[in-house]
Design a protein around this ligand. Sequence first.
Ligand code: ZN
Length: 301
Amino acid sequence: MTRLALLLLLISLLLTPAAAASTRGGTATVTQDFDWIRQGQVGLVRVSGASIANVEATFFTTRFRFFRTFNAELPEGLQEWAGILAAPMTARIGFHETAIIVTYNDGTIERIDERIRVAHGEFGRQDLILPTTLTPLLEESVNTRETAVLQALIGGFQRNQFWRNGGFIQPSDRYVSSAFGTWRYFNGMRQSLRHTGIDYPTPTGSDIIAVADGVVVFVGEMDIRGKYVLIDHGWGIFSGYAHAESLIVTVGDRIEQGDVIGSVGSTGRSTGPHLHFEIAVSGIWVHPLVFIPLINDVITE
Ligand SMILES: [Zn+2]
């Protein structure tokens, strides 16, 4: 090879556009739809690229799996995937490294490192008086046992995307008497866990409705939550309804948004009739009123 030919070859290699590599995978684009995620809240991460077979991210120690979305603005041949990342209520404030793993149809794997900022949850405090008959439920072991049962359920994952574009609704239009993440002091004693959901004071016997399509994965009586239903909406998203007076669904039931699943009561560790409503994403309890508008913003395929 002459010196000139070698030079031309080198120039042609240097001029080869990086995008050419995408024919065998690579160069996905990551967009964070937020400036920060507050403790106990969620943020949407979008990944776009060609010939993508799977996307997932590790944020803190949790694995978040992305799903395909519909985005009419994307150029032909590109796809968009979305992941709902949740920051635990106990997450340290500041920047956290997140590895996004994109697997392409040809088996190529690309790792994209992102930094996500976690901001303070701005949680409140609430003092409640519990009658002496219910004070045994303040024992730490009661909480530990119930948390373990629930954690095993909300850590589950299935690829059926039940909610689709019908999205999520709020279970009540009443005011919220106890906010998400509040430190609860029962009879002056602080509980070890923050409030995992939100409370709507509601008369006994009122309907409890499902907030989105899904499958019932738990129906039963718990020490703290009382009569409780947990619905799996797919893709690691769950909704829970606590302190019911009665429940009319069974495990395995397919539920549609707005279906009545039971009636409001005051069972379990409760100081009066109310609906405790909670949402979990990939095993993490998140602020329901932040989660709902965010998920409704994502158009699925
Ligand atoms: Zn509650």
